[in-house]
Design a protein around this ligand. Structure first.
Ligand code: D41
Length: 683
């Protein structure tokens, strides 16, 4: 047994069981309309499990038995989104929403003036408070899933998504496209969240502060068996790439089709005939919010017609045609117990309010930032005051205002320190800046701690296990004075620290070792150069190719980099002319930190240099401006009309006279699918 092949009869049985289970699963989770009992479902599942156990040949990744999770991964792979996952612009009141509508009608030439005669239709859906993901189906079978990440690159979480019951492992219904990418939100319903936390609390394990963090934490597990035990759901809200599907005319029709293929869509999805109806939908949803079994933080309105969407296009990283009307931030009153002064990575001194803990916006808040001296003056706040604390979504809690009528006679003024609270060095306030800074740089232990925390963080050198508390401990114990010291930590030295077991200590040393192989963008970001975030670090790395080139760059060549202006150029120059930082960099490299240089392509060496391309017709998977930018980045010229000099014509849907002309002139043409394949093959 086990080595014999299954008979045709058994193969059929397994297929039938899989189909049945998938159908019932979908009825239960997607359509909320089960037709068999849980125990009947379990019986079917057990029969399939038995069969697959007996004949492992029968097992396939889309089998419903595979929702239990797989063996743990060593790390998540990176996934590049062929079509970027865009973000959403926000509206914080009705006026901003109406202005959005006016802009839409103006651009679409629908008579921006007569608001009440507007007939621009919107799709309305709640904004789920979870984690955005992308799921790719090939021939109807779930192939790969990824987090949104920064919109361009996310992490491969296929195994985790497979454990979620409302994620179809294979699609059902008619006309399933050969390639389909759907996008949606993974979230933890409130009932599941409460049950999960109750159990965790009883077992003295870590509880999650809110359902959003619970969903994020559950998806970020390398061990998908852990994810399988978490009550997560997926609700889809758009399509990414697709092949062999002529998209319907509207967003709502797209979602209805996705629903028929087996995806959960919002039961509250609706259309609004105009912006007044959107405002009404928002009001109704705000009242409904408390009765829902999941957290929502606003309503998303999308121009319903796809031809309109295409016409409207994108700005920066967000579509023009969609907006999230956010619910107002929640507020609560509490007492300001004290103010402490924290020293940031760049020496900025930030006053932090210590509050009598108060529950607001779904979490208990006991600290809030007071930003700087100006903000304290604006609020007119004193220690002992009753203050209104506000918290919206994932934003850090703020002190919104002071209830002066409740000020006790014992209230005392907030006194700003004259010296750095961490190192006693002088503080300076730079002209035109609100921040007061400690000028001691890495001599200041507080700045050193922050610099090390930043260096080790996820988007920098990503040293797992070197968290904030441990860094504080290591600096306080004198084990680390500067960044290179990280690479000289020994297991014995770490294991001697309080609260660090031998096993964790050796894991940490391994993680530190692994972090030595890095990339130039990560390393630059990790150095913590002022105003050099992830995006700027990437631009600098790509432009200069090597650290040496960057170090030698003068301000003018720095300013020629995308996103770099005179201020950032100044900070970069300052950083690389400082002998202390140069020593730190040298020591890090001596310790073994290394990265491959990036090939900087000269204009003439670009793959499409000297070519002239023409785009015509409408593209389904990308905006024409993006297609143009991608071609130009590869060295091609993009022209508006076809001539004998045209290298190639990309013909989208409904291509007209330009395509005819290309054919007449014997200019090669390719369709959108071929174009996308070509781009990805040479980029
Ligand atoms: O419910 C949501 N969180 C939601 C997010 C939604 N209902 N619709 C969304 N639509 C988009 C576009 C318009 C870009 C397709 C989104 C998001 N984006 C989104 N989620 C996270 C970043 C962007």
């Amino acid at each position: 047994m086990g080595h014999t092949s299954p008979s045709a009869e058994l193969i059929n049985q397994a297929t039938e069981l899989r189909d049945l289970l998938n159908q019932h699963n979908q009825r239960y989770y997607v359509h909320d309309d089960p037709v068999i009992s849980d125990s009947e479902y379990d019986q079917l599942l057990r029969r399939l499990q038995d069969l697959e156990e007996q004949y492992p040949q029968l097992l396939s990744p889309d089998s419903p038995t595979q929702r239990v999770g797989a063996a743990p991964l060593p790390a998540f792979k990176q996934v590049r989104h062929e079509l970027p996952m865009l973000s959403l612009n926000n509206a914080f009141d009705d006026t901003e929403l109406e202005e959005f509508d006016r802009r839409m009608r103006e651009r679409l030439k629908l008579g921006a003036e007569e608001k009440h005669q507007s007939t621009l239709e919107y799709a309305c859906e709640p904004k789920l408070d979870g984690l955005a993901v992308s799921l790719l189906y090939r021939d109807g079978v779930f192939e790969r899933g990824a987090t949104r990440g920064d919109g361009e690159t996310g992490e491969d979480i296929t195994l985790n998504l497979r454990t979620i019951a409302s994620v179809p492992l294979c699609l059902s219904g008619d006309n399933i496209p050969p390639l389909l990418e759907v996008r949606g939100e993974v979230y933890m319903p409130l009932a599941g969240f409460k049950a999960f936390n109750a159990r965790a609390e009883a077992a003295d394990e870590k509880v999650f502060i809110n359902p959003r963090n619970a969903a994020a934490g559950s998806l970020r597990q390398l061990d998908s068996k852990i994810t399988a035990a978490r009550p997560l759901e997926l609700c889809v809200y758009s399509v990414g790439i697709s092949e062999g599907w002529t998209l319907p005319a509207t967003h709502v029709e797209i979602l209805n089709q996705l629903n028929q293929w087996g995806f959960l869509i919002s039961p509250l999805l609706d259309t609004a005939a105009n912006i007044d109806a959107c405002v009404a939908y928002y009001q109704k949803a705000k009242e409904l919010r408390a009765t829902l079994n999941y957290d929502i933080d606003g309503i998303v309105f999308k121009v319903n017609r796809l031809d309109h969407q295409r016409q409207l296009g994108f700005v920066a990283r967000a579509p023009r045609w969609a907006i999230a009307r956010k619910f107002p931030a929640e507020e609560a009153t509490t007492q300001l117990l004290d103010v402490e002064f924290q020293v940031g990575r760049t020496g900025a001194i930030t006053p932090v309010a210590r509050l009598d803990p108060v529950f607001v916006g779904g979490v208990t808040v006991s600290n809030a930032t007071l930003h700087n001296r100006d903000e304290i003056a604006r609020l007119g706040v004193k220690i002992g005051d009753t203050v209104v604390v506000r918290r919206a979504g994932d934003v850090i809690p703020q002190v919104a205002r002071v209830l002066l009528e409740d000020r006790p006679s014992t209230a005392r003024a907030i006194v700003f320190p004259e010296h750095c609270p961490a190192c006693e060095s002088a503080l300076s306030r730079i002209e035109g800046e609100a921040a007061v800074r400690c000028t001691a740089g890495l001599i200041c232990p507080a700045q050193r701690k922050q610099a090390i925390k930043h260096f080790a963080s996820r988007d920098a050198l990503d040293i797992e296990g070197l968290g904030d508390k441990l860094v504080d401990q290591l600096v306080d114990a004198g084990c680390i004075h500067s960044l290179p010291d990280i690479y000289h930590l020994k297991v014995a030295e770490l294991a001697a620290l309080e609260r660090l077991a031998e096993k964790s200590a050796s894991n940490l040393v391994a993680a530190i070792e692994a972090s030595k192989q890095t990339t130039l963008p990560r390393f630059l970001y990790a150095l913590g150069i002022r105003e050099v975030g992830k995006a700027t670090a990437r631009s600098l790395a790509q432009h200069f190719g090597s650290l040496e080139n960057l170090q030698e760059a003068d301000e003018d060549s720095l300013k020629s980099v995308a996103d770099v202006g005179p201020i950032v150029a100044g900070f970069v120059r300052q950083f690389f002319t400082n002998t202390d930082t140069l020593k730190v960099i040298g020591d890090l490299r001596d310790a073994g930190v290394q990265w491959p240089d990036i090939e900087v392509l000269e204009q003439a060496a670009l793959p499409l240099s000297g070519e002239t391309w023409v785009l015509t017709g409408s593209l389904n998977t990308m905006m024409r401006s993006d297609a143009k930018a991608r071609l130009e980045a590869l060295g091609a010229k993009v022209a508006g009309s076809v001539s004998a000099n045209t290298t190639r014509v990309v013909a989208g849907d409904k291509a007209g006279s330009k395509l005819a002309k290309a054919e007449a002139l014997n200019v090669p043409t390719i369709n959108e699918t071929e174009f996308v394949e070509y781009l990805t093959s040479i980029e």
